[in-house]
Design a protein around this ligand. Structure first.
Ligand code: DLL
Length: 434
């Protein structure tokens, strides 16, 4: 369902809208945020020099470190009285990144979230059970207000309480479930353990996000819950969930570029890359008032495509995020991402979609250990029997062929042998080096 005319606007009209909005936002940050004014002055750029999104490359990037250094509110561009809500995203180190919203920012967010849910096929007749965490994390309230904008019925269960989630799914019959991909799988697994058939729930769509989801992982979710799983992307520094959303064509996530302008750059040189080439996503807020982030280096790796989607929407599409620039593992000179390992190991039906990667330093060498879990439907009776040895060999050989990589150790544990995580974002890589 097309929710707003802008979704099918011509690219020329969209460009005019972006240029107009960018000019206003540049002037706003220059006038109201010391950080941007100083950076622009240092670069010798004035707001008048940025007439169009084509001029964006004149502007310096904003980095995660800039955001952390601005703690708590140095990037705020409006007086305190205009701030209506605060969210924050906590990294693994340092201070959280704090973001504020004006009343208009909250309206824009609800509207892009309503649009995102409609893009996933959600209608006002649907019930949405929202299992993203409520609170400072943007997931819970972001999805929640989007449901309200759309007029869908929202069940605000939030993260965790898995038995309760299962009971509500069975009793309230939500058609739509929203959670991280790892939690959707955990839910299906727990439901089965509690005697339900998770494929029998009324669910038809799961909106997954906040973590990478490879195609084999999506297939696992769709099979476990008998649903269509669609990817939603976003980040606190830009607005929260609702920056981009996949439609049922499953051909990339539509970036709502009337509000968020995307570029993809070479993470090493900072050079803007042409469509079709993978690099780091850089986003610019075109309409945000409270924290209008300019040219933000997200650290997320993706590829942009500008041809029109079969659904009729004209917005640029981004591929699933494959990982983060800082997730890259360098093992004996080979660069690889956890998602690449995930894609290979989940090709094997005998392997469950749960795994962990441990990195250690032995002397001066980095060692990488992969732990996989046998799928509970796999009939093999002994994990250390010859079948398992054969399975290990086949996985190792596939890793070598596809990724040119052999881990120092590959272990396959019994079903349930890898610890599950009930709340927050899944952790798969454990780095025990200093
Ligand atoms: O995770 C916002 C969100 C909530 C998105 C619910 C989707 C659903 P942050 O906590 O600020 O915000 O984390 C943002 O999470 O830079 C990506 O690295 C990652 N991320 C978010 N969505 C996806 C996705 C929310 N669909 C960071 N695929 C981002 C891969 C994602 N990674």
């Amino acid at each position: 369902m097309v929710y707003h005319d802008v979704e099918t606007a011509s690219r020329d009209d969209l460009r005019d809208l972006q240029d107009d909005r960018l000019q206003r936002t540049i002037q706003h940050v220059y006038d109201n945020v010391d950080f941007y004014r100083t950076k622009m002055d240092d670069a010798g750029v004035t707001p008048a020099d940025v007439e169009s999104v084509a001029d964006l490359s004149k502007l310096p990037f904003t980095t995660k470190e800039d955001f952390r250094d601005a703690y708590p509110d140095e990037h705020f561009a409006v007086p305190d009285a205009e701030i209506e809500r605060i969210h924050a995203s906590s990294g693994t180190t340092g201070k959280p990144k704090v973001v504020g919203y004006t009343a208009n920012d909250l309206d824009v967010w609800s509207a892009v979230m309503g649009r995102s849910l409609a893009t996933a096929g959600v209608t006002p007749d649907d019930t949405v059970q929202n299992a993203y965490g409520y609170g400072l994390f943007t997931g819970g309230l972001g999805i929640h207000t989007g449901c309200e904008d759309l007029g869908a019925n929202v069940v605000p269960i939030g993260g965790g309480q898995t038995s309760r989630q299962i009971e509500l799914l069975a009793d309230l019959g939500a058609e739509v479930y929203t959670s991280t991909p790892s939690y959707a799988l955990y839910l299906a697994e727990q439901a089965e353990q509690e005697g339900y058939d998770p494929r029998e729930f009324a669910l038809d769509t799961v909106v997954v996000g906040a973590e990478p989801c490879t195609e084999p992982m999506r297939a696992e979710i769709e099979d476990a819950l008998d649903v269509t799983a669609l990817d939603i992307y976003g980040l606190s520094e830009i607005i929260g969930p609702g920056v981009s959303m996949e439609c049922p064509e499953k051909d990339g996530l539509h970036v709502w570029e009337d509000h968020f302008y995307p570029e993809v750059i070479d993470p090493t040189t900072g050079e803007v890359l042409p469509d079709g080439e993978e690099g780091e996503l850089v986003l610019t807020c075109l309409t945000k008032e409270a924290v209008p982030t300019m040219r933000y280096r997200t650290g997320d790796l993706t590829t942009l495509h500008r041809e029109q989607c079969d659904c009729g929407r004209t917005a640029v599409r981004m591929e699933h995020v494959t990982g983060r620039t800082d997730d890259m593992l360098v093992v004996r000179g080979v660069n690889l991402y956890p998602s690449e390992i995930e894609s290979v190991v989940l090709e094997f039906d005998e392997i469950a979609p749960h795994y962990r990667i441990d990195l250690r330093r032995e002397g001066r060498l980095d060692e990488i250990q992969i732990t996989l879990e046998r799928d509970s439907t796999d009939q093999r009776d002994a994990i250390d029997g010859s079948d398992s040895t054969d399975l290990r060999e086949r996985i190792l050989s596939r890793l070598e062929t596809v990724l040119n990589f052999t881990p120092d150790a590959l272990t396959i544990v019994e079903p349930g042998g890898i610890e599950r995580q009930e709340t927050g974002k899944v952790k798969r890589v454990y780095d025990h080096r200093e």
